[in-house]
Design a protein around this ligand. Structure first.
Ligand code: ADP
Ligand code: ADP
Ligand code: ZN
Ligand code: ZN
Length: 749
C-alpha cells in the first residue's frame, strides 16, 4: 500500500499522549481500545477531528469562518492525509417540540408527497398541506405542536365570588381600576354581583371567550370596544407569534396554565382536512404513528401503480431504522425524548443514506444502550459505512464490536499519566494474545453470582401503563443489588426512571448527563474538596480563604479567573487564547506566594487525585479523595473542569460523591458506559460496597458481567415497543435460565 492509504500522525502530545506516532489505514474500520483515560479520545477527537475541522475551515473566507465552529491546532508535529471528518456522537438530537423522528430522518416529506398525490379526498395541491409545520396543514388551535397551554380555571377564577368582589384572579384583572376589569364590569354582559358559580352557560362562555363589540365606561368616559373573554385575552397577551412564548410569559403562566394535549387535534398536530384525507383507510397520522416495524409491513399494502416508487423509498429508509434496532420507535416520536444511544443510531442511519464517499466517520461507543442481541445490527451498519468507501474510526469497549475491526489500536497501559502510549496495533486475534489489559480481559467472563443476598423486603411501585408498559409494577428487593435488563425499547427506563423513581422521590438517579456546562467548576469544587483545601491554605498563611478561589478574591484580574481570554479580531475568527498573565492558572499571581507544604494553589490544582492522596493528611480531604480513587478516576487532576469529562466519567464522579450515603435507593443507568473490560469488576465492587453500606441499588444494564453479578434480576421484554413492556422474570440470576422468551437468558449462560 502506498502511504496515502494511511492517516499518519507524528509525535502527538495532546492531553496525556506521549509523542504518539501512528498510521491508521484509510477505508477500513479501525477500533480504538484501552482503559478510560488512556488517550483514545485525545487521538480521535482532539487530534484527528480537530485538525480535519481546522483544515476544512481554512478553505473558507475569513468572513465565513466567523460563523463556523472554532478548532485549535492539535499539539502534534505532523498530521497527513486527513479527509473530512464527521463525528456521530451521543449528544441528544434535541430540537424543539416540532422536531420528530419523521422530520429529522426525512421520511415525513415522502409521506407528504404520497398523500398530496394519492390521498382521498384530495387536499391542497402542494405537499406542504400535509405538514404540521405549515399553516395549511397544522391544527389551528395548537399550531401543529399537539399540545397547548390550557388555562387552569380553578386558579384563574374564584367561583364563590362575584365579578365585583374580584372573582377573576388573572394578572390584569386584580386592581379595581384596571382596563380589563372595567371593561368586564361595564360591558353590561354580566350581573356583577352574582357569584360566578351561578353563571349560566351563556354568561360563562362570554366570560371566558366572548368576543363582541360593547359600549363600556372607562374612567367615566364611554368607549366602544371589542370585549374579549378572559381566556382569550390570556392567550393573546402571553403568546407571541405562533405559539411561542417569552420566558417572562412562561413564568406568569406557570401559575395559571398548564401544558396539556391539544383538545382540538388530540396531539395529532394536523388539521381536520389533512386527517380526513386517506389512502387504504389510513391518514398520514395513522401511518406515521405506527411502530416502525409494523409500518414497514403495512406499507406493502400501498405498493400499487404510481405509488410504488415513493413507497419503496419510504420502506428503504424505515428499513434502515429497523435494521439498526430502532424498530420500537414511531415517526411521531419527538426527538427531544430520544436517549443518547438512540440519537446516535438515528444519526448513523442518516449518514448511511448519503452517497458521499471518502469521508472519515468517528463514533464514540456506538454500542451504548444496545442489548447483546442487537450488537450485530450495529456491526452491519459500521461495515456498510466502510463499504461505501469511508474510513470508520470507533472508540469501543464492547468485545462484539472490537471483534469485527479491520484494525485495532490499543492505548495504555493505564489512565492519565500512566497511559498515553500505543500498546498494540493489529488484528483482533493478535490483541487476544498480546500483553495488554484489553487482551487479557476480553477473554474473561465473570461467573453467575452463586451466593446472592437474600431478598426479604420489597419496595413496590404502583402498576403503570405509561408508554409501552403492560400494567406492570417494579418490585425491588430492599438492600440488594438488582439489575433491570431487556432489549432496547422494552421499557426499562420508563418503568425505573419515569414510574418508580417518581413515586420514590428519595431515590437518586445517577446517570450520564453532564455535570455542569460551565468551565468554572472542577472535580475539587464538585466533590467539596476545594472548600477544605482553601481552609488549609488560609490557615497555613493566616489570610482569608476567599483568596484561594479563582471564582472570588483570588481571580487573575486579566481573565477574571477563566484562564483564557477571547481575542476579538474583527477581520479574523474569534479565538480563545491562554491568558498571558496567569498562563491558564486562573489565579492572581500574588496568590501564588502563599504556599502549603511548599506548593502554591496552582501547583495543587494541577495535581492528579492520585498525587493529592499522598500530599494531603487532612482526614476530610483524604476520605473524599479516596471516594474518587475508588471509582477509578484517580487520573483526573483536582482542577480539571467538569465540562471536559465524558458521560461515563461524570457518572462515576457522581457515584463518588454519593458513596458514603446510607439507606438510599440508587438508580444507575448503564454505569459501564465508557468503561474498559478491566474496569467492570471495579464498578461491580463499587455497587456491592454501596449495598453493604445499607443502600438499595438498581442498575439498568446490557453488560452481561454486571447482570451475572447481581443479587436479583428483573428482565423486561420480550421485545421493544408494543411487543415489550412486560416483566418476563424476576428473581435470582440463575433462575432466568429456563425463561424461553427471554433474550437476556440466551446471553448469560
Ligand atoms: P479516553 O478517551 O481513553 O478515555 P482521553 O483521551 O479522554 O481518554 O483522556 C486522556 C487523558 O487526558 C485523561 O487523563 C484525561 O483526564 C485527560 N484529558 C482529556 N481531556 C482533557 C482536557 N480538555 N483538559 C485536560 N485534560 C484532559
Ligand atoms: P428501554 O429503557 O428499555 O430502552 P424505554 O423505556 O426507553 O425502553 O422505552 C419503552 C417504550 O416507550 C418504547 O416504545 C419507547 O419508544 C417508548 N417511549 C419511551 N420514552 C418515550 C417518550 N418520552 N414518549 C413516547 N414514548 C416513549
Ligand atoms: Zn392541535
Ligand atoms: Zn489570567
Amino acid at each position: 500500500m502506498s502511504n496515502d492509504q494511511y492517516i499518519e500522525i507524528v509525535n502527538d502530545r495532546e492531553n496525556n499522549l506521549k509523542n504518539v506516532s501512528l498510521k491508521i489505514p484509510k477505508n477500513k474500520l479501525t477500533v480504538f481500545t484501552g482503559v478510560s483515560g488512556s488517550g483514545k479520545s485525545s487521538i480521535v477527537f482532539d487530534t484527528i477531528a480537530q485538525e480535519a475541522g481546522r483544515q476544512l475551515n481554512s478553505t473558507y473566507s475569513s468572513y465565513t469562518r466567523l460563523f463556523l465552529p472554532k478548532y485549535k491546532r492539535p499539539d502534534a508535529d505532523e498530521i497527513h492525509n486527513l479527509s473530512t471528518a464527521i463525528i456521530i456522537d451521543q449528544k441528544p438530537l434535541g430540537g424543539n417540540a416540532r422536531s420528530i423522528l419523521g422530520t429529522i430522518s426525512d421520511i415525513n416529506p415522502l409521506f407528504r408527497i404520497l398523500f398530496s398525490r394519492f390521498g382521498q379526498p384530495k387536499y391542497g395541491d402542494a405537499s406542504n398541506a400535509f405538514s404540521f409545520n405549515d399553516p395549511l396543514g397544522m391544527c389551528p388551535k395548537c399550531d401543529g405542536v399537539g399540545r397547548s397551554y390550557v388555562l387552569k380555571l380553578d386558579k384563574a377564577i374564584d367561583y364563590n365570588k362575584s365579578l365585583a368582589e374580584g372573582a377573576v384572579l388573572l394578572p390584569g384583572y386584580t386592581t379595581k381600576n384596571s382596563y380589563y376589569l372595567q371593561t368586564i364590569l361595564t360591558s353590561g354582559l354580566f350581573d356583577n354581583d352574582k357569584p360566578v358559580k351561578d353563571f349560566n352557560k351563556q354568561e360563562m362562555d362570554d366570560l371566558l371567550n366572548g368576543n363582541k363589540k360593547v359600549k363600556v365606561q372607562i374612567k367615566g368616559v364611554e368607549h366602544e370596544v371589542n370585549y374579549e373573554g378572559i381566556e382569550h385575552q390570556f392567550y393573546r397577551v402571553n403568546f407571541t407569534a405562533s405559539g411561542s412564548t417569552s420566558d417572562s410569559a412562561k413564568k406568569r403562566m406557570a401559575k395559571f396554565a398548564e401544558m396539556a394535549e391539544c383538545a382540538e387535534c388530540h396531539g395529532m398536530r394536523y388539521n381536520k382536512k389533512v386527517l380526513a384525507s386517506k389512502i387504504n383507510g389510513k391518514n398520514i397520522f395513522d401511518l406515521t404513528n405506527m411502530q416502525l416495524d409494523d409500518l414497514l409491513k403495512e406499507m406493502d399494502n400501498f405498493k400499487s401503480g404510481q405509488m410504488t416508487s415513493i413507497v419503496n423509498d419510504i420502506q428503504s429508509r424505515v428499513g434502515d431504522l429497523v435494521d439498526i434496532g430502532l424498530d420500537y420507535l414511531s415517526l411521531t416520536r419527538e426527538t427531544t425524548s430520544l436517549s443518547g444511544g438512540e440519537s446516535q443510531r438515528v444519526k448513523t442511519v442518516k449518514y448511511l443514506s448519503n452517497s458521499l464517499t471518502g469521508l472519515t466517520y468517528i463514533l464514540d461507543e456506538p454500542s451504548t444502550g444496545l442489548h447483546p442481541r442487537d450488537v450485530h445490527r450495529l456491526n452491519d451498519l459500521l461495515l456498510k459505512l466502510r463499504d461505501n468507501g469511508n474510513t470508520v474510526l470507533v472508540v469501543e469497549h464492547d468485545p462484539d464490536v472490537i471483534k469485527i475491526a479491520d484494525h485495532i489500536i490499543d492505548l495504555g497501559p493505564k489512565a492519565g499519566i500512566h497511559g498515553g502510549k500505543i500498546t498494540y496495533t493489529g488484528t483482533y486475534e493478535g490483541l487476544l494474545t498480546s500483553d495488554t489489559l484489553t487482551g487479557k480481559y476480553l477473554k474473561n467472563h465473570l461467573p453467575i453470582n452463586d451466593s446472592p443476598r437474600p431478598a426479604d423486603k420489597f419496595i413496590e411501585s404502583s402498576k403503570s401503563s405509561l408508554h409501552n408498559l403492560k400494567n406492570v409494577s417494579l418490585r425491588i428487593p430492599e438492600g440488594l443489588f438488582t439489575v433491570v435488563s431487556g432489549v432496547a425499547g422494552s421499557g426499562k427506563s420508563t418503568l425505573v426512571e419515569q414510574v418508580f423513581s417518581k413515586e420514590y422521590p428519595d431515590s437518586v438517579i445517577i446517570d450520564q448527563t453532564p455535570l455542569h456546562a460551565n468551565s468554572r467548576s472542577n472535580s475539587a469544587t464538585y466533590t467539596g474538596i476545594m472548600a477544605e483545601i482553601r481552609k488549609l491554605f488560609a490557615k497555613a498563611n493566616d489570610v482569608k480563604d476567599g483568596l484561594f478561589s479563582y471564582n472570588s478574591d483570588g481571580a487573575c484580574p486579566e481573565c477574571n479567573g477563566k484562564g483564557t481570554i477571547e481575542m476579538n479580531l474583527s477581520f479574523m475568527e474569534n479565538s480563545e487564547i491562554e491568558c498571558p498573565i496567569c498562563h491558564g492558572g486562573r489565579y492572581d499571581l500574588k496568590v501564588l506566594d502563599y504556599k502549603l507544604k511548599g506548593k502554591n494553589i496552582v501547583e495543587v490544582m494541577n495535581m492528579t487525585i492520585e498525587e493529592a492522596v499522598d500530599f494531603f493528611e487532612d482526614k476530610k480531604i483524604s476520605s473524599k479523595l479516596a471516594s474518587i480513587q475508588n471509582v477509578g478516576l484517580d487520573y483526573l487532576s483536582l482542577g480539571q473542569t467538569l465540562n471536559t469529562l465524558s458521560g461515563g466519567e461524570s457518572q462515576r464522579l457522581k457515584i463518588a460523591k454519593e458513596l458514603n450515603k446510607k439507606g438510599n435507593v440508587f438508580i444507575l443507568d448503564e454505569p459501564t458506559t465508557g468503561l474498559h473490560v478491566s474496569d467492570i469488576e471495579n464498578i461491580i465492587r463499587i455497587i456491592n460496597d454501596l449495598v453493604d453500606k445499607g443502600n438499595t441499588v438498581v442498575v439498568i444494564e446490557h453488560n452481561t458481567d454486571v447482570m451475572r453479578s447481581a443479587d436479583w434480576i428483573i428482565d423486561m421484554g420480550p421485545d421493544g415497543g408494543s411487543r415489550g413492556g412486560s416483566i418476563l422474570y424476576e428473581g435470582v440470576v440463575s433462575g432466568i435460565k429456563d425463561v424461553a422468551k427471554s433474550y437476556t437468558a440466551k446471553y448469560l449462560f
